[in-house]
Design a binder for this molecule. Structure first.
Ligand code: ATP
Ligand code: MG
Length: 454
């Protein structure tokens, strides 16, 4: 926005912010306010309690299974993602934020966490003669078309388990995801699973699939035609509605499974059955890359429109070797937190508040002086208490307005009279109850009683 005040005559409109003819004219060109990068969201205070609740719950659940946090950089060498995610994927072909740094090294803002996690485990020798159960969380970056449930900066929590080859760990990780939805009070989530088999089994399937797709080449869209040679399995994952009928008619992966993978899959299903975790077998659920093996799974919901996958995971026994390590079994998933949050907000789960319990109203110079110290004493005596002190004076009326806006349940009021008497006034901000006068000494016990701190 721009405003001009011309002294004499008219000022030529100009798009640059220079002051023209300073001696005779005052010209103010206010800079256009800077907006966030498209697709990158601020999480404002009104939404942060729900985020924190989500993060706390997720952390509790992964810890309940003995997983440890690994904290990874946001930037990695571009090569890591090119190699691990694969050159012929949406992410690497068109979604990465890649740039040369000042040394001319090509770096990329991480589009996902698995690659970094594997890189870190290899770099720190964490995969020798030991198993690892790890989790991470944080922002990921993909240059996609922003829309509901799809952003350019979004957040994931991911879990990776290394050096365990059996269906038991697959089941454990899937149980963990089921427990997350349950803890969050989410009901409309559906688990889909499939097995990709070994690389050898998949090669035979791939041939059959390519043969079928070639026979129907006229029905393929441009992306799919391009992937026919490079990554045909990804075609099954196409979101183009015009291709769904063609995809439905394609040969199905489960018919090509090798015996060991079949066995692994049926044991996984038996474990899910035994634990009462319902699932659907989706024969078209795939991953395009060679290092994926055996189990794949997704949790989907119809509550979020087109962006209905909230969690995707599976086994990737080939990745560590692919990145230069020893052959290492691996299983993991990532949850999209924005989508999960949207689901949480639509459910009627109660979200704990982070707003203050108590607002301290201070009227008069002595009251401010004593009140600041009293507030510290109260916080020391009542860990867990959220207490906001009025700063910057103000009339009773304006202080009570702030108190109300703070979300606090209680106001404690101290004026200079109360200071002299060692007293306080306690007033409910939410209920029509009489105010109480109490001694400062007894305030902690009374506050604790009213707000129910443990
Ligand atoms: P999609 O098919 O929706 O593009 P994807 O296969 O690219 O998903 P993954 O790489 O498997 O997704 O990421 C795991 C999860 O992260 C997804 O299931 C989704 O919940 C979330 N996610 C992925 N991309 C985005 C995005 N751009 N914005 C918000 N969440 C995302
Ligand atoms: Mg995607």
């Amino acid at each position: 926005s721009r405003s001009y005040r011309a002294g004499r005559g008219d000022i030529p409109r100009t798009s640059c912010g220079k002051l023209l003819n300073q001696s005779t004219v005052t010209l103010t060109i206010m800079a256009k306010t800077i907006q966030a990068v498209r697709g990158m969201n601020d999480i404002l205070p009104a939404a942060s309690a729900a985020w924190q609740y989500l993060e706390d719950t997720l952390r509790d659940v992964v810890h309940a299974y003995g997983y440890q946090e690994i904290m990874l950089p946001l930037l990695e060498k571009t090569e890591l993602f090119k190699r691990s995610i694969g050159e012929v994927t949406d992410i690497v072909e068109k979604e990465m934020y890649t740039f040369d740094d000042r040394n001319g090294d090509s770096l990329t803002l991480r589009p996902e966490g698995t690659a970094s996690c594997v890189r870190a485990c290899m770099q720190h020798g964490m995969l020798h003669n030991q198993v690892q159960r790890l989790w991470y969380t944080g922002p990921m970056f993909r240059h996609e078309r922003p829309q509901k449930g799809r952003y350019r900066q979004f957040h994931q929590i991911g879990v990776e388990a290394f050096v365990m080859a059996g269906p038991d760990i697959d089941a454990e990780v899937i149980f963990m995801t089921a427990r997350i939805w349950q803890r969050l009070g989410l009901q409309d989530t559906v688990l889909q699973i499939n097995s990709l088999g070994t690389l050898a089994a998949r090669a035979v399937y791939r041939e059959a699939l390519v043969k079928y797709l070639r026979e129907h080449e006229s029905g393929l869209d441009e992306d799919s035609r391009r992937r026919l040679d490079s990554n045909p399995l990804r075609i099954l994952d196409s979101k183009n509605p015009d291709m769904q009928a063609l995809i439905e008619g394609a040969p199905q992966l489960p018919d090509y499974l090798d015996e060991a993978s079949r066995q692994h899959f049926s044991e996984l299903c038996a474990l899910l059955d035994a634990a009462g975790v319902a699932y659907e077998i989706n024969p078209r659920l795939v991953r395009g890359l060679d290092y994926y093996t055996k189990t794949v799974f997704e949790w989907v919901t119809d509550q979020l429109g087109a962006q209905g996958t909230i969690c995707a995971g599976g086994r990737y026994d080939g990745l560590v070797e692919y990145l230069g390590g020893k052959p290492t079994p691996a299983f993991g998933f990532a949850i999209g937190l924005e989508r999960l949050l949207a689901l949480l907000l639509a459910a009627d789960t109660e979200i704990p508040s982070n707003q203050p319990h108590v607002y301290l109203v201070l009227n008069g110079q002595q009251a401010v002086h004593r009140g600041m110290v009293f507030a510290e004493e109260l916080r020391t005596r009542l860990p867990g208490l959220r207490l906001q002190t009025n700063c910057g004076n103000g009339s009773f009326k304006s202080q009570f307005k702030r108190a109300d806006k703070s979300g606090a349940d209680l106001a404690l009021v101290m004026g200079d009279d109360e200071v002299d008497a060692g007293a306080l006034i306690l007033k409910s901000l939410r209920h029509e109850t009489d105010q109480e006068t109490l001694s400062q000494q007894h305030a902690a016990a009374r506050v604790k009683e009213i707000i129910g701190l443990d």
